[in-house]
Design a protein around this ligand. Structure first.
Ligand code: NCD
Length: 337
């Protein structure tokens, strides 16, 4: 199978294969396919040696037009741990983008070199443009303030490991809900699993965009409330998803400075939370979580980092159609929400 064009790879008989699929938002995958990825990531974690040659001979390109530490290194480590190789750039300053090359032309070029691409770009929609131009699967590693599907995969894996499920939960999302793409992706996806109560905690200026609220409104089993105060709601939450105020997406520095420290989670605030509440954060953290929280058993944000790598291993091998040795498909075929 390796070395053949992806378009020639047969879809699995059960229709659950994601071979050749670009992932721009998680709407590109069914709920069952997402569950399969969660299951694969668990398998990978406990079979690291067995999976170490799954993607031998494959090459991933990471095209990062925006800063990143975790996401890029995680995509790359994921491919390396599967036996593949990695090319790419971090920061477009030395790429032909500075000469005026379009994203389409870059992808038409790079997709001749590699088997899968991960792209991060400051413009909303850039990953979709990239996927349309590419002959190999493209994975969105963040497009402006829009979506960040692989962070959501990390978030889901973390909820799953903490609670044994990703729904039937009250989830607080706190901070920059306007520009925080991880929040948009997560809400969108949790709505598909259903049965989630969202508590949206932000200053009035950084409320959740209407298109994301519409998604909740369109889901009969989900609901939301918007509040500005964290301490009055923290006791109701099963999980609290903290976010950084997205400095780079502000038009006005004064607004950023005024809003950036609105919420700071510390042990004092956590005293009012459930002992089982999980604290998530996509990272990087600036001031929103005091470092004293790191040793609290409720802190789950460094687990999220590990889960991100495992989920990217599951996703990369799956879009390439490279089977994990010894892996058996998840039996539970749930009905799409
Ligand atoms: C997030 C991002 O880039 O959107 N980081 C990440 O990928 N883990 C969150 C952020 O930058 O605040």
């Amino acid at each position: 199978m390796k070395g053949e064009p992806l378009s020639s790879v047969q879809q699995h008989a059960d229709g659950q294969s994601i071979v050749g699929t670009s992932v721009i938002t998680l709407d590109d995958l069914t709920v069952t396919q997402i569950e399969e990825l969660l299951h694969k990531a668990q398998y990978i974690d406990s079979h690291r040696k067995e999976v170490a040659h799954t993607c031998d001979g494959r090459v991933l390109a990471t095209l990062f037009y925006e800063p990143s530490t975790r996401t890029r290194l995680s995509f790359e480590t994921a491919m390396l741990r599967l036996g593949g190789k990695v090319i790419g750039f971090a920061g477009s300053q030395l790429s032909s983008a500075t000469k005026g090359e379009s994203i389409s032309d870059t992808l038409k070029t790079v997709s001749n070199y590699v088997d899968v691409v991960a792209i991060r770009h400051p413009k909303e929609g850039a990953a979709l443009v990239a996927a349309d131009a590419s002959s190999v699967p493209v994975i969105n590693a963040g497009d402006g303030g829009h979506m960040h599907p692989t962070q959501t995969l990390a978030d889901l894996a973390t909820l799953q490991s903490r609670f044994g499920r990703v729904n039937g939960l009250t989830i607080g999302l706190c901070g920059d809900l306007t520009f925080g793409r991880t929040v948009h992706s997560l809400i969108e996806t949790l709505c598909r699993f259903g049965n989630v109560r969202f508590v949206l905690i932000s200053p009035k200026e950084l409320r959740t965009p209407q298109y994301v609220l519409n998604r909740i409104n369109a889901t009969p089993t989900c609901s939301y409330e918007e509040v500005t105060d964290l301490s009055t709601v923290i006791g109701d939450l099963d999980a609290l998803y903290m976010t950084r105020v997205q400095k780079e997406r502000f038009f006005n520095e004064d607004d950023y400075l005024r809003l950036r420290d609105t919420y700071i989670l510390d042990e004092g605030k956590l005293a009012k939370a459930k002992p089982t509440m999980a604290v998530l954060h996509p990272l990087p953290r600036v001031n929103e979580i005091a470092t004293e929280v790191d040793v609290d058993p409720r802190a789950a944000y460094f687990e999220q980092v590990k889960n991100g790598m495992l989920m990217r291993m599951a996703l990369e091998s799956s879009v390439l159609g490279d089977e994990l040795p010894g892996y058996e498909q998840y039996a539970n075929q749930e009905v799409e929400a």
